[in-house]
Design a binder for this molecule. Structure first.
Ligand code: AMP
Length: 193
């Protein structure tokens, strides 16, 4: 079973993906995590995307499609969870083509519905928690980048809701509920596809 988790930054995609990895042995494909790893290890691509990511803007479709394509040839476990990908209509088309070419289906697109005030609180809270735990906050977890990330979401990613609705793949869950309740709603959706 292959699914997309769709929602704005802070909607809980990463948290829910981790639960699905544990419970269903699925494989999380987070382009954000892959890009952060490239940035940290200082690869050429990592250097190229660092400033764009820190500002909260989207990196090019070509880069993220390449990252995903590589992973689709790897271990699939209980299926892939696309987390933070696709984020543009071009990426969505490319994902459809890649999956078809590799003989995989897309079984569901799950929209985590939240409201914007909660997103800001969650992201500011995530940054504070990371610092309190002795680590460092994500470079893009600050008020200025967050504004841009939200605008990128509304301008470029939110059209995917209509795109997947029209394909008959979209399923919405309440992302404002407790983590376990959101996980239960997602499980309910997955058990029916
Ligand atoms: P995330 O961890 O998903 O919030 O992603 C962090 C940052 O990585 C984003 O703000 C973008 O700069 C970049 N990024 C991650 N996924 C994508 C994507 N699918 N398309 C373009 N940029 C992405």
């Amino acid at each position: 079973m292959n699914i997309i988790l769709l929602g704005p930054p802070g909607a809980g995609k990463g948290t829910q993906a981790q639960i699905l990895v544990e419970v269903r042995d699925m494989v999380q494909l987070s382009t954000g995590d892959m890009l952060r790893a490239a940035k940290t290890s200082g690869t050429e691509m990592g250097k190229k995307v660092a400033a764009i990511m820190d500002a909260g803007e989207l990196v090019t479709d070509e880069i993220v499609i390449g990252l995903i394509e590589e992973k689709l040839d790897g271990e699939a476990g209980g299926g892939f969870i696309f987390d933070g990908f696709p984020r543009t209509l071009g990426q969505a088309d490319a994902l459809g083509e890649l999956l078809a070419r590799k003989g995989h289906n897309l079984d569901a697109v799950i929209e985590l519905q939240v409201n914007d005030d909660v997103l800001v609180d969650r992201i500011v809270g995530r940054a504070a928690e990371a610092v309190a735990a002795g680590g460092t906050a994500r470079a893009d977890d600050n008020a200025e980048s967050l504004k841009i990330r939200l605008m990128e979401y509304y301008k470029k990613t939110s059209p995917l809701l209509g795109y997947y609705y029209a394909k008959g793949d979209l399923q919405a869950v309440d992302g404002l509920a407790d983590i376990d309740d959101v996980a239960a709603s997602i499980a309910g959706v997955l058990d029916q596809v």
